[in-house]
Design a protein around this ligand. Structure first.
Ligand code: NAD
Length: 552
C-alpha cells in the first residue's frame, strides 16, 4: 500500500459520508486500488468516523449545523474556500460569523437569570457542556483562537473591567477594586492561548508519528472567592484553547459577579458562532452543587483553585484532578540586597489587593544585620510598625479564629480598616501592618490573606533560607528573595522548590505584573502542574501513520 492507495481509500470512504468534505487534491491519478488492502483502510476509516459520531447513512450535513453560525466542518475536517479571506474565524469569505450581533449588555439582575450558560441544575449544566464539547471537537483551530480572542476582548473593555472589579469587592467584601482591575486585565491579556499546544513530530522508516495536545472533554472548575473573575477568565481561556468545555463551580459569596462573567462569555461566544454552552454554571452555586459536579460521570477533569480542603477533595475523587492550593509565601532579605528597593517591593507586593493573592508576601525573614534598616525603610513606604504587644493581642483577637486561622470577615481588608477596628486611626498611605514576631506566632505560620506582615529575624542568610523553607510548609507555591548573592539566590531556589520564585521584585512580578512571562491564576503546587496553561488541560495523544509521510 502506498500513499496514493491510502488517499484513494480515504476519499472513497469520505464520499460515502454525503460528500461533506472538500476533495483532497490528487495531482497524480491513483492506480487501480489493490482490493484487499484498500478495503481494510476503508473499513478502518469508516470505523473511526463512525466512532466519532458519524454514520454512513446519516442525512447530508447542514453546513451551518450544529453551530449557531460560523466556521463549519464536517466529519472532523475543516472546509475552507481558499482565496476568500475575510472572516475573523476561519478566513472563509462565506462564513457567517461577522453577520451576527448579540447584545453584550447583561444587567446585574439578568446575571442570575437562567440562560446564557446558567442552568437550574448541575446535571443540566454538565449535559449541555458535554454536548457543546462534542460539537467543539469539529471546530477549526482558527475558530478556537477567535473564541479565545473574543473572551480576551470582553474583559479588556475598561468599562467591563471596572464593573466586575467593583462588583467583586462589593459582593465578597474583600480586596480593592483598582488592584482587581489589574488582575482581571492580566488574566485576559497574558493567559496563553492555542499557541501553547505545540505538536511534536517524529518521522522515520516506520512512518510519521505526531504527539498532540488533545481535549479532556468537560472540565469542572472550582473557583475561589479571592480571585473569582480572574480565575474564570484565566481558566476559560486555557480550557477552551485546549478544546474543552468547562462547568464552573464558583464560590457562593462571589455568585453574582461570577455568573455575570460567565454570561458575558456566553454572549460573546454566541456572537462568534461558537457551540452554545461551552462555558456553563448553575444559578445557585453551593457545596452540594460542587459535589454533584465532581461526581458527574461526564466531567472528566477537576480543577480546584482554593484552600487545602477543596484541593484534597478533588484529589480524592478518583478523577484526573489539578489542585491549586494555599500558599504562605516567605520573603528573605539578606545583607547584600538593595534594602530601599526591597522595602518598597515588599510593601507593594504584600498590600496588592489587600494581600488576597495566594502569591503575596505573607512573612518577611530578614538577616539581623539589616533588619532595623529594612523596617525603617518599610515605614517610609507605607508600613505601620506595631511594637506594643497589647496591640498585637487586640489584632489577634480581631483577625484569628479560636483555632488560629484567619477570620473570614477580616480576609482581604485593608490595613486602615483593620487598625480602625482596634481603635487606631491612620491615613490612606498606610498599606501594611508590620510586626516583629517569633517564627511560632500564628501570624507567621498561617496564611492570613490580609496586610498584616510579620517580620522574623535570622542570624544569617543560610538561617533565613532554612526558615523560609520551613514557613512555606511544603506548599511549593511562591517565595521571594532580595539579594545580590547569586549563590544564595540559587541555594534558596533549589531548597524551597516553589512554583514561583521572584528575585529582587514584588511577588506580583511572578504572575506577570512588571515581570516577564505569561500569567496564571491557577498555580498547582499540590498536583505538580505548577503554572497551569492550556496544555495542563489537555491529554498528550499519539497519532501514528505507518510506513508513510516520511519524506526524508
Ligand atoms: P476556599 O477553599 O474556601 O474555596 C474555594 C472554592 O472551593 C470555593 O468555590 C468553595 O465554594 C469551594 N469549596 C470549599 N470547600 C468545599 C467543600 N468542602 N465542598 C465543595 N466545595 C468547596 O478558598 P477561598 O477562600 O475561596 O480562596 C482562598 C484560598 O485559595 C487560599 O488558601 C488561597 O491561597 C487559595 N488560592 C490558591 C490559588 C492558587 O493558584 N494556588 C489561587 C487563588 C487562591
Amino acid at each position: 500500500m502506498n500513499d496514493q492507495d491510502i488517499n484513494a481509500a480515504v476519499n472513497r470512504v469520505l464520499a460515502g459520508f454525503n460528500g461533506a468534505i472538500a476533495p483532497a487534491p490528487t495531482p497524480v491519478p491513483a492506480p487501480p486500488p489493490v482490493k484487499s488492502a484498500a478495503s481494510s483502510v476503508e473499513d478502518t476509516v469508516a470505523r473511526i468516523i463512525a466512532e466519532m459520531g458519524g454514520s454512513k447513512s446519516a442525512p447530508a450535513a447542514d453546513p451551518t449545523a450544529p453551530f449557531s453560525q460560523g466556521c463549519i466542518v464536517a466529519d472532523g475536517m475543516v472546509t475552507k474556500s481558499a482565496g476568500e479571506m475575510n472572516c475573523s474565524c476561519c478566513e472563509r469569505g462565506d462564513c457567517a460569523l461577522s453577520a451576527t450581533s448579540v447584545s453584550l449588555d447583561v444587567s446585574d439582575e439578568e446575571a442570575v437569570v437562567l440562560g446564557d450558560g446558567v442552568f437550574a441544575s448541575m446535571d443540566e449544566a454538565v449535559e449541555a457542556a458535554a454536548e457543546a464539547q462534542r460539537q467543539y471537537l469539529f471546530c477549526s483551530m482558527a475558530a478556537r483562537k477567535s473564541f479565545v480572542d473574543g473572551i480576551r476582548d470582553i474583559f479588556l473593555d475598561p468599562a467591563v473591567l471596572e464593573r466586575i472589579s467593583r462588583m467583586t469587592v462589593e459582593q465578597t467584601g474583600m480586596g480593592n477594586a483598582s488592584d482587581k482591575v489589574i488582575k482581571n486585565r492580566l488574566a485576559a491579556s497574558k493567559t496563553p492561548g492555542i499557541e501553547d499546544l505545540k505538536t511534536e513530530a517524529e518521522s522515520g522508516d516506520g512512518g510519521l508519528t505526531l504527539v498532540e495536545y488533545s481535549a479532556y472533554g468537560v472540565i469542572g472548575s472550582i473557583t475561589p472567592t479571592t480571585n473569582p473573575t480572574e480565575t474564570i477568565i484565566c481558566n476559560t481561556i486555557g480550557m477552551l484553547a485546549a478544546g474543552n468545555a468547562v462547568v464552573f463551580s464558583p464560590h457562593p459569596r462571589a455568585k453574582i459577579v461570577s455568573l455575570l462573567a460567565i454570561k458575558l462569555i456566553n454572549r460573546k461566544l454566541a456572537s462568534l458562532g461558537a457551540p452554545a454552552n461551552l462555558v456553563v454554571t448553575v444559578q445557585a452555586p453551593s457545596i452540594e452543587n460542587t459535589n454533584a459536579m465532581m461526581a458527574h460521570p461526564k466531567v472528566r477533569m477537576l480543577v480546584a483553585t482554593g484552600g487545602p480542603a477543596i484541593v484534597k477533595t478533588v484529589m480524592s475523587t478518583g478523577k484526573k484532578a489539578i489542585g491549586a492550593g494555599a500558599g504562605n509565601p516567605p520573603v528573605v532579605v539578606d545583607e547584600t540586597a538593595d534594602i530601599e528597593k526591597a522595602a518598597k517591593d515588599i510593601v507593594s507586593g504584600c498590600s496588592f489587593d489587600n494581600n488576597l493573592p495566594c502569591i503575596a508576601e505573607k512573612e518577611v525573614i530578614a538577616v539581623s544585620q539589616i533588619a532595623d534598616f529594612l523596617i525603617s525603610q518599610m515605614q517610609k513606604n507605607g508600613a505601620y510598625l506595631v511594637k506594643d504587644m497589647a496591640i498585637v493581642k487586640k489584632l489577634e483577637e480581631l483577625v484569628l479564629t479560636p483555632k488560629g486561622g484567619p477570620q473570614t470577615n477580616c480576609v482581604g481588608k485593608s490595613a486602615v480598616y483593620l487598625l480602625d477596628k482596634i481603635g487606631i486611626s491612620v491615613g490612606p498611605d498606610i498599606r501594611v501592618i508590620l510586626i516583629e514576631l517569633p517564627k511560632e506566632h500564628p501570624f507567621v505560620q498561617e496564611e492570613l490573606m490580609m496586610p498584616i506582615l510579620p517580620l522574623v529575624r535570622a542570624g544569617d542568610v543560610d538561617e533565613a533560607i532554612d526558615l523560609a523553607v520551613e514557613l512555606e510548609h511544603g506548599n511549593r507555591h511562591t517565595a521571594m528573595i532580595h539579594s545580590t548573592d547569586v549563590r544564595k539566590i540559587t541555594k534558596m531556589a533549589k531548597l524551597i522548590q516553589t512554583t514561583i520564585f521572584v528575585k529582587n521584585g514584588p511577588s506580583y512580578a511572578g504572575i506577570g505584573v512588571g515581570g516577564e512571562g505569561y500569567t496564571t491564576f491557577t498555580i498547582a503546587g499540590p498536583t505538580g502542574e505548577g503554572l497551569t496553561s492550556p496544555k495542563s488541560f489537555a491529554r498528550r495523544r499519539k497519532c501514528v501513520m505507518v510506513e508513510a509521510l516520511n519524506v526524508r
